[in-house]
Ligand binder design. Structure first.
Ligand code: IVH
Length: 686
């Protein structure tokens, strides 16, 4: 490099460093201090100047640069991340008395009746995240997952402006894991839904779904367009450095280091003050800029937290007081019977539209016949509809029938709900599930409803993610006999699509283009999209990473399948059945022929894990962890964990009051470990 260009680089490097510092500082003023010092326009100007410099001198670009928030090239799948400190959940209190019981339990355990200092904070309704900083630089972002293992979403979290890429100030531990909630403020939710509607796409149901969906994007450039925020609420791993002795003081440090913390957080003394805080927040709740679903109370002192410790998956020193699920009353107009992808018939209540929990509800699931009977429901009844957080609206109960409705029954105006005896879509015979709870159509792919659902599933976000191929279009395509199977989607032409109702030729060509793009997919997405019974997104991923290719999975027998974590005899049988069906094999062949590609992936070499090939069983109560935690840890080491002892069992872990499994293991001379021995093993192999 010439002296001249060296000089230019040097100057650019100094300027870029100054710009980064300025941008980080303004980001901090905006998010942590809520006190912006410059306008958005001025901020953008600084950012653009930095972008120009980094484009001219690519060596200047670093992962922690504020320019890196636009997202990067899509990933094939999220890698999994083991949490160094498990991400726990919280116990719940549903009324004031349960909250008082909580304080009493603490006092008993601490053997001290003095009032306890609690930190009260809103329970944000979003997605939990763990952020890892090395020497103040963000190196990893991960989801909670099952609490022990999450997904690596670093590229996505980098796009969120309230997450510092580099910590401000000093005094942070060299290794620091910050935990908090990623959420979509209500205004941001309205905005992205308005955009979705303008593009003719389906809007998100609520801010939490929208936040979760945005984080699940393999393409972080999409995440970058969603106005997500992150509010810090605790620490995970911290190594080196000095941290304060209380939760509240730690939160102040996090704020000083550049995080957004909740401005309504408050320390109070004694549980009665917690009750008052709850009432105050319940009043403030409708006017907040974001959704909350309760209040979290935490013992402020870390010394007390340590003394109190944990039970199962939750700390003893914290509790969530949930807001009650929202309810409203309305009238049951009708019950329709939907045929699902696997033929299951679900009764769906059609309701007089009613506003509850932030959305207008006009349908509610009734699950099955038992549920209808349990509720004692009749057509025309006045019912209470409940909508809690994310779940599908439900009918909570039937309101007492007044005299005139009793007359209505007598006059046959309130009608019984009659279940179909043949499939409402194709007329095939119905069959009851083994436990009698579910009615299922036996028509298989003869049934138009099942075919439609199979194609909807294949096109859905977590499967092939075909943009713009909505449910209504699929219904029309199947009804018009333009498509029969998922493979036929790839043969559709613009002229055919333009003939559908409400389909302009521009949308038709966009859709053909979107279908073409979806040809490049991944093995986990394809496996999920095929709709094998009981194979959800997680199992699909596990199968994909275990076998690495569709070919290997197709060739696997039940025994090989059983070696995959999460796969039991039921799933193994469904997978085997699926691939032994000629119709399914020809669909797969047609997909290949149509140019759909799902590259092989590096099969996880489970053979090299320390417990590879071993079968473990857990029994009795463990004091230091739940059975679920122990199972997850053993599986992470390559073991298969099953429920019953047989000659194939390698080892039984017997906790407190182990019973018949222990006796059986002894009689079969299966190796038995107690909890202490298990802990030694887990520590030794971690
Ligand atoms: S503390 C061990 N604080 O609630 C402490 N959690 O069941 C664990 N959440 O999914 C969490 N707001 O993501 C804590 N201010 C808050 C919170 C909060 C929301 C979520 C959290 C987790 C769930 C806990």
């Amino acid at each position: 490099m010439s002296d001249q260009s060296n000089l230019a680089l040097e100057q650019a490097s100094t300027e870029a460093a100054t710009l980064r510092e300025q941008l980080n500082h303004h980001n901090y003023s905006y998010y942590s201090l809520d006190a912006p010092q410059i306008s958005d326009g001025q901020y953008d100007q600084l950012l653009r100047r930095l972008e120009t410099l980094e484009k001219l001198f690519p060596v200047l670009c670093s992962a922690d640069s504020p320019t890196q928030r636009v997202g990067s090239a899509p990933l094939a799948l999220f890698e999994s991340v083991q949490h160094a400190v498990p991400m726990l959940s919280l116990a719940n209190a549903f009324d004031d008395d349960e909250l008082r019981d909580f304080e009493r339990r603490l006092q008993t355990r601490l053997d001290d009746d003095s009032a306890i200092t609690f930190v009260c904070e809103p329970k944000l309704d979003g997605v939990a995240v763990s952020l890892l900083y090395h020497d103040g630089v963000l190196v990893q972002g991960a989801t909670r997952g099952d609490g022990f293992q999450g997904e690596n979403i670093t590229a996505n979290v980098r796009t969120i402006k309230s997450i510092p890429l580099k910590l401000q100030g000093q005094g942070f531990p060299p290794v620091l894991e910050v935990r908090g909630e990623i959420y979509l403020p209500r205004a941001g939710f309205e905005a992205i839904n308005a955009q979705a509607l303008a593009r003719g796409e389906k809007p998100f149901v609520n801010p939490r779904n929208a936040a979760a969906g945005s984080l699940r994007q393999l393409d972080s450039r999409i995440t970058a367009t969603r106005p997500l925020e992150m509010c810090a609420y605790s620490l995970g791993l911290a190594e080196g450095g000095n941290l304060p002795a209380t939760h509240l003081a730690t939160m102040s440090c996090l704020k000083a280091w550049g995080f957004l913390t909740n401005s309504l957080m408050e320390a109070v003394v004694g549980i009665e003050a917690c009750v008052v805080y709850y009432q105050r927040l319940a009043e403030l709740r409708p006017g907040l800029a974001y959704d909350i679903d309760g209040i979290v109370y935490k013992v402020d002192s870390f010394t007390l937290q340590e003394t109190l410790g944990f039970v199962a998956r939750a700390p003893r020193w914290a509790i969530a007081r949930k807001f009650p699920a929202e309810e409203a009353s309305t009238r049951l107009l009708d019950v329709e019977f939907q045929v699902g992808r696997t033929g299951a018939i679900t009764p769906v209540a059609r309701l007089e539209p009613v506003f509850v929990g932030g959305v207008t509800v006009s349908n509610a699931t009734l699950h099955n016949e038992d549920e209808v009977q349990r509720l004692g429901l009749r057509l025309g009844d006045q019912v209470v509809v409940r909508r809690a957080g994310d779940v599908i609206p439900q009918i909570a109960r039937v309101l007492p029938r007044l005299d005139d409705s009793l007359n209505a029954i007598a006059n046959n105006q309130l009608k019984d709900i009659v279940f179909p005896i043949i499939c409402p879509a194709c007329g095939s015979e119905l069959q009851r599930s083994e436990d009698q709870a579910v009615l299922r159509c036996t028509g298989g792919l003869v049934c138009g409803a099942q075919r439609k659902e199979a194609i909807k599933h294949f096109a859905s976000r977590k499967a092939l993610d075909i943009d713009g191929l909505g449910d209504k279009i699929i219904d029309q395509l199947v009804d018009a006999e333009l498509i029969d199977t998922v493979a036929d989607l790839f043969t559709l032409r613009v002229e055919q699509l333009s003939e559908l109702e409400r389909m302009a030729s521009k949308s038709a060509s966009n859709l053909v283009a979107a279908i073409a793009t979806s040809r490049q997919t991944t093995l986990p997405r394809l496996l999920f999209g095929l709709g094998i019974r009981e194979v959800g997104e997680t199992t699909a991923k596990l199968l994909a990473t275990h076998f690495g290719s569709l070919q290997k999975l197709q060739e696997a027998d039940a025994e090989t399948l059983l070696a995959v974590p999460d796969v039991g005899p039921v799933v193994a049988a469904f997978v085997e059945q699926f691939f032994s069906n000629h119709h399914h094999l020809s669909i797969i062949a047609n997909l290949r022929e149509a140019g759909v590609e799902w590259p092989d992936i590096q099969a996880l070499d489970t053979q090299t894990l320390p417990l590879a090939g071993q079968v473990w069983v857990l029994t009795g109560t463990l004091a230091s962890m739940s059975r679920g935690q122990a199972k997850a840890q053993l599986e992470a080491l390559g073991a298969k964990v099953t429920g019953s002892v047989s000659a194939k069992t390698t080892c039984l872990v017997a906790g407190e009051s182990a019973g018949s499994k222990l006796t059986k293991a002894r009689s079969l001379e299966v190796k038995v470990l107690d909890e202490a021995e298990l802990l030694v093993l887990l520590q030794g192999t971690a």
